[in-house]
Design a protein around this ligand. Structure first.
Ligand code: ADP
Length: 264
């Protein structure tokens, strides 16, 4: 590199270098804050199910084991707690990978209607337990999109699970797929559940953010679902929107790119 003798240029270079370092340090500080914050939230999220499981085990050891009925009941509950822990750890693993950009998309062309039907099938039982109806609002003409199939399945699944968790008994969740301008489709998941108070909407997609609304407290969740959704959609360079009214319902929608070779 040529040595600069011009004093002004030299000063400018030094300032630029120092500025660069400052930005580096600021970034490190933010990352450090982020890590502390993240760890704090993780241990908080894991504590409740861990103590619950421990509670059942201790009660069993304390003598409840002798009664076959109680034994079965407590073991089942402990198992539910462990299942919940597994879900949380899987979500944490996924979000960490998404946040450091480690997860690469595996794009392919697939029929998005078929994917939605798959998710419906997987969640049928869960919805039925709450008397919630899952409905499709579309013609059954295949719509091919180009995206990471597995990850979009997770997006649709997270949105549907939420609509069931935060929906009233006898409610309905409707999924629709609509053509947008320029090779895009928009997928909407609309429910007539609790809805979300306006002041919470801007923070909804932050990880660990949960709306503490009456009725939703019992709904086991880690507050990671929507932040995973947002990461996946943004990794596709697509957009996600939410509209919601407390007491009326919510609509989450996102765009996807249509496959180049769509029939019709
Ligand atoms: P989790 O469901 O694990 O709490 P999410 O990130 O999926 O986490 O959602 C964050 C919060 O947004 C939830 O705690 C809930 O209060 C609110 N929410 C999400 N989806 C809906 C919905 N369809 N209707 C009402 N509230 C919702």
């Amino acid at each position: 590199r040529a040595v600069t003798t011009d004093m002004k240029t030299l000063t400018q270079e030094i300032e630029k270098f120092a500025q660069g370092k400052k930005i580096e340090i600021d970034t490190l500080k933010i990352q450090e804050e982020y890590r502390k914050d993240f760890l704090g939230n993780v241990s908080h999220e894991l504590k409740t199910p861990l103590f619950t499981v421990q509670g059942y085990i201790l009660t069993l050891l304390d003598g409840a084991m002798n009664d076959k009925k109680i034994r079965e009941k407590y073991l089942n509950r402990a198992n539910k707690g462990v299942e919940r822990l597994i879900y949380i750890v899987k979500d944490l693993d996924l979000i960490t990978k998404l946040e450091v950009g480690e997860l690469k998309l595996e794009r392919e062309d697939f029929n998005v209607l078929e994917l939605i039907q798959n998710v419906f099938d997987l969640l049928e039982m869960k919805a039925a337990q709450k008397d919630i109806m899952l409905t499709f609002d579309m013609e059954y003409e295949p719509i091919y999109v180009n995206a990471d199939r597995e990850k979009i399945q997770q997006v649709i699944s997270n949105l549907l699970v939420n609509s069931i968790k935060y929906g009233h008994a006898n409610g309905t969740t409707e999924v629709s797929v609509e053509n947008l301008i320029k090779n895009k489709v928009i997928i909407r998941v609309t429910d007539n559940g609790y809805g979300i108070p306006e002041q919470h909407i801007p923070r909804l997609f932050e990880r660990f953010y949960r709306v503490d609304q009456s009725g939703s407290r019992n709904e086991g969740g880690s507050g990671l679902g929507l932040s995973i959704v947002k990461h996946i959609i943004e990794a596709h360079d697509e957009k996600i929107y939410v509209e919601s009214e407390e007491g009326v319902g919510s609509e989450f929608s996102f765009t996807l790119e249509k496959a180049a070779n769509n029939p019709a």
